[in-house]
Design a protein around this ligand. Structure first.
Ligand SMILES: [Zn+2]
Ligand SMILES: [Zn+2]
Length: 383
């Protein structure tokens, strides 16, 4: 097959949209990706499977005069959302939907790969079709399995996320952080329960939890540079059993967001300090448990990102938009903490937000994305 046409790209996207699968269960998706890739010219392609991560797929394109290996990553998983778009090509897997647009991401990656399968690049390319972005940290799993070693190790890594707020086909990016890092927080306060009428014999964890929650509100306002940003949201509080028994235990669950790993570590530390202070002043046992399934911030490499932005700005076919950082998390942050690179947005122009049951990205974004990325990689290889 030749380079994928816009018509083929849309067909592929619609097929992928109909077979969404959750993290680490992307069996149909991986099989379909393999089928499409097998239809490309195989002369310079090499496909690698990862036995311990069976839904992941790596494809290497051998360069003709390689100076480096350029990596490109797409995520492939979907979300536990029941689709409500009413589209003729809506999800056929009940309760699962490509509500984050990873079907668009995969299709763009296939378009770029099909181009370089036909036009041998000078540098080596490695395409990573990554399972489990939404949960289970697929990027980290792959890295820790030693997948990116030897000829499979990119010197630089690129990847995109679709963005309903940007015009269809626009490329968005920024220097610094694109997605915030996240830390999940669990706090347990252990004291001594008792009769409501005898507070002197008990150690009330409702009062201790209230004091802790109030103090936590001072972390962002008093310990963080106002020019930088951070968020702490304590979204869940559980304590006690009934109105006339003093609670001997309380549990608080929340999440921390920050634009740099340094910032997140500072907030983590302050949270532990507050926990220790509350433990002492209420004579309680306070356990602050951090980072259950959090994401590292997506910190763009300064030099590579500057080149990327310059290319996009100078290309008259590209509608480039400088964006603000998003406080949501993205699993690509882990890979970018190991391998320098750039993450960017592809505009898909829609009224619905990511993760919503009515997300309906504009398909004209796909070919625009393929063209912008093949153009960028081609220019990068000439340097
Ligand atoms: Zn998502
Ligand atoms: Zn996503």
């Amino acid at each position: 097959m030749a380079v994928l046409t816009e018509e083929n790209l849309i067909k592929i996207r619609r097929h992928l949209h109909q077979i969404p699968e959750l993290a680490l269960k992307e069996v149909q998706t991986a099989a379909y990706l393999k089928e499409v890739i097998a239809s490309f010219d195989q002369t310079h392609l090499q496909v690698k499977k990862i036995p311990d991560l069976p839904t992941a797929l790596l494809v290497r394109v051998e360069g003709s005069a390689p100076k480096r290996t350029v990596g490109y990553r797409t995520d492939i998983d979907a979300l536990p959302v029941s689709e409500k778009t009413g589209l003729p090509f809506a999800s056929k897997n009940p309760g699962v939907m490509h509500a984050c647009g990873h079907d668009i991401h995969m299709t763009v990656a296939l378009g770029v790969l099909s181009y370089f399968a036909e036009h041998q690049p000078t540098d080596n390319l490695v395409f990573f079709f990554q399972p489990a972005e939404e949960s289970q940290n697929g990027g980290k799993l792959a890295y820790e399995l030693g997948v990116f070693k030897g000829q499979w190790r990119p010197d630089e890594f690129y990847g995109l996320h679709d963005n309903p707020d940007l015009p269809a086909g626009a490329i968005g990016c920024r220097m610094g952080t694109l997605f915030a890092g996240t830390t999940e927080v669990n706090i347990d306060l252990e004291g001594k329960g008792g009769h409501a009428a005898y507070p002197q014999d008990a150690n009330d964890m409702v009062v201790a939890a209230a004091a802790l929650i109030s103090q936590v509100q001072t972390i962002v306002s008093r310990s963080i540079d106002p020019i930088e940003s951070g968020v702490i949201t304590l979204g869940k509080l559980e304590a006690g059993t009934i109105r006339n028994v003093i609670a001997g235990h309380a549990r608080i669950e929340g999440t921390i967001r920050g634009l740099t790993q340094v910032m997140i570590q500072r907030i983590d530390q302050r949270l532990k300090d507050v926990g220790e202070g509350i433990a002492r002043s209420f004579n309680a046992e306070v356990t602050v448990d951090l980072n259950q399934g959090g994401y590292l911030p997506v910190e763009n490499n300064p030099e590579l990102t500057k080149r990327f932005i310059t290319y996009m700005q100078d290309n008259s076919d590209v509608n480039f938009v400088e964006t603000k950082p998003a406080m949501t998390g993205e699993d690509f942050g882990y890979l970018l903490s190991k391998i320098p690179g750039t993450m960017f947005w592809l505009g898909v122009e829609d009224d619905s937000q990511l993760h919503s049951a009515t997300l309906n990205p504009k398909e004209s974004a796909i070919e625009a994305g393929v063209n912008a990325i093949t153009g960028f990689i081609t220019a990068r290889m000439a340097e």
